[in-house]
Design a binder for this molecule. Structure first.
Ligand code: ADP
Ligand code: MG
Length: 584
């Protein structure tokens, strides 16, 4: 139970609701216990009437009274059972909500490297399936637990007081039932975990096939995917059948043991009645009702045990994850506004997962307001530089300074608020174009949005869509071309009006004329802003104040466009290549 201690803070938060819930549960149970003894009394009345011990009129009066009591108690019990669910199950929903928020908040704190290490499906499971298992403990398990406990505490002594021998025999099969249900629940759990795992594998597989559908079709992989899916489905079927087989034992076993209890009650009770040891046949009826009242709670004891075990396992996974510390900590209070000077001092950076050293003792400085282009082959470390400026990763050695202060000594929010980044993959959310651009500035007006889209030369494209800025992107909507995506994400960065612009190869899918136009706009927008433009095209770089040529994580060349084409090196080669490409 030690993992589930994590939930205590939530139980504390909702203690009053829980307490009320517990009291209501007990009340509901007590009303339920009224019925069997009045059934007994009613039968005794009939017996007495048949034995001519009471008159018809008084028998009828008494029966009417008892029936009213039974109906009244049943109604009250039902009402309180309803309230019980309303309180305790609601508490478990509150706890579920809180726990999900806790998990999600923690997700947001963690760094990119965490997301590289964990699969998306796994992360999703933690916040949905695992939290749900825990909720089963916080709600239903507690509710049924209390219900069962009150029933045992009230009913078992009552039965022994009323007729000890019958009580003994009636209860005899029940522990067996409890143990068996527990065993079955464990097997059910084991097998259903397998089914769960398989379902998660299946959804990962299908999800991947859907998102990669164009590749699958282009390579004619449909038959292969179909075979794989069929194998996976067959495995799933077998696992589900295994589960169904144990599940099938559950109710028959319960009914069998209840049957045994009932037979005991009738046999032992009947004998006692004949021997005159009990006053009325009503007692037998009463005990049969008791046995039936006990069945479900007894079975539930086994079921509860397995729920608690499951919740424990899930909470363990959640705890492990909550213990995961963000590598990049934000411990510095709000800092003064950032001007935008960037300096790399002997920066070395190694990606933990691949052990690739992307930057090697790299040093350079970019002054406030300067526009610097970074040119280099793929894999030379260009994107890594931008990630380090935004402190998406921490350097392995050396230091990144903004305005002369190490990024580690800057408030993380202030730093990132000062940066407008256009990532290489130009990620956009499945939302309207308007909202995607607004992402850079929550309170942006439509005029601003349009102005920025014009600067990014995408406004006319957007107006060409039937729903213009309300066009929804992604899964449920339109798919933009690579160049359109890049331009929308440029608009998103521009609207933020940050001190530092980071453009990661964000014009690669745009034709050269449009590129020219955008670059001219960018020049104006970024006049006093520090700008880093990563590119593999000379056209994007040539107007920069300075160009850095990166090779293998190190600075190979540095200078203006004119400097660099005057010297031998990668930049000149690139320039000549692209010149001749243009002519062709
Ligand atoms: P560029 O942007 O110049 O193409 P990157 O900065 O993306 O280069 O990558 C530099 C090197 O680091 C490459 O060898 C690449 O394989 C590696 N790398 C980039 N991103 C990651 C990552 N998230 N995890 C591990 N290795 C990475
Ligand atoms: Mg890159």
């Amino acid at each position: 139970m030690k993992e589930l201690k994590h939930l205590n803070k939530y139980f504390k938060k909702y203690w009053l609701k829980l307490l009320i819930g517990i009291i209501i549960t007990i009340i509901a149970r007590v009303f339920q216990l009224v019925m069997p003894s009045y059934v007994n009394k009613s039968i005794a009345v009939v017996e007495n009437f048949l034995g001519n011990r009471i008159s018809e009129a008084s028998a009828k009066d008494m029966l009417l009274e008892y029936i009213l009591i039974i109906v009244g108690a049943a109604l009250l019990s039902g009402f309180f059972t309803f309230l019980m669910r309303q309180t305790i199950i609601n508490v478990s929903r509150y706890i579920e909500y809180d726990l999900k928020n806790e998990v999600f908040d923690h997700y947001q704190l963690l760094n990119l490297s965490f997301y590289k290490k964990n699969r998306t499906g796994d992360l999703m499971n933690r916040i949905s399936e695992d939290v749900n298992q825990v909720r089963m403990y916080a709600g239903p398990a507690i509710m049924y637990g209390i219900q069962t406990l009150t029933l045992f505490v009230c009913l078992i002594p009552l039965m022994f007081i009323k007729a000890p021998t019958i009580a003994f025999y009636a209860l005899l099969p029940l522990p067996v039932l409890s143990v068996l249900i527990y065993q079955i629940s464990r097997i059910i759990h084991r097998r259903s975990t397998k089914v769960q795992e398989y379902l998660s594998a299946l959804s990962t597989f299908t999800q991947e096939s859907f998102s990669g559908v164009s590749v699958i079709k282009a390579y004619g992989l449909e038959p292969k995917i179909n075979t794989e899916l069929r194998e996976l489905a067959l495995e799933g079927k077998n696992k589900s059948m295994d589960l169904a087989k144990v599940n099938a034992w559950f109710f028959p076993l319960m009914i069998l043991l209840i049957g045994v209890s009932n037979i005991f009650v009738i046999y032992v009770g009947g004998k006692q009645y004949i021997d005159g040891e009990i006053a009325s046949v009503g007692v037998i009826a009463e005990f049969i009702l008791y046995v039936n009242m006990l069945t479900w709670p007894v079975a539930i004891v086994g079921w509860l045990t397995s729920i608690v075990q499951r919740a424990e396992a899930s909470q363990k996974r959640i705890n492990e994850f909550l213990k995961e510390e963000p590598e990049i900590k934000n411990e510095v209070p709000e800092t003064s506004p950032i001007q935008g000077e960037i300096e790399f001092k002997k920066v070395t950076f190694t990606y933990e997962d691949t052990n690739i050293t992307a930057l090697k003792e790299l040093s350079f400085k970019v002054h406030t307001g300067e526009t610097v282009a970074i040119i280099g082959k793929t894999g030379s470390g260009k994107s890594t530089i931008l990630d380090l400026v935004a402190r998406l990763y921490d350097v392995s050695a050396g230091d990144v300074l903004i305005d002369g202060i190490s990024v580690k000594d800057l408030n993380l929010q202030s730093l990132r608020a000062a940066i407008g980044a256009v990532p290489q993959d130009a990620f956009l959310f499945s939302d309207s174009i308007r909202n995607n651009i607004k992402f850079g500035k929550a309170d942006a007006t439509d005029e601003e949005i349009h102005a920025m889209a014009k600067q990014a030369v995408v406004h006319d494209n957007i107006m060409g869509f039937s729903k213009d800025y309300d066009t929804v992107l992604g899964e449920r909507g339109i798919t933009l071309s690579g160049g359109q995506k890049q331009r929308v994400s440029i608009a998103r960065a521009l609207i933020k009006e940050p001190q530092i612009y980071l453009f990661d190869d964000c014009l690669s899918a745009v034709d050269t004329e449009t590129e020219e136009e955008i670059l001219n706009h960018l020049k104006k927008a970024s006049e006093n802003k520090t700008t880093l433009i990563v590119s593999h095209r000379v056209s994007s770089a040539k107007n920069a104040d300075r160009i850095l040529v990166l090779e293998d994580g190190q600075l190979a060349q540095e200078g203006t466009h004119d400097d660099l084409i005057a010297a031998e090196g990668y930049y000149k080669e690139l320039y000549i290549n692209q010149l001749s490409e243009k002519e062709n």
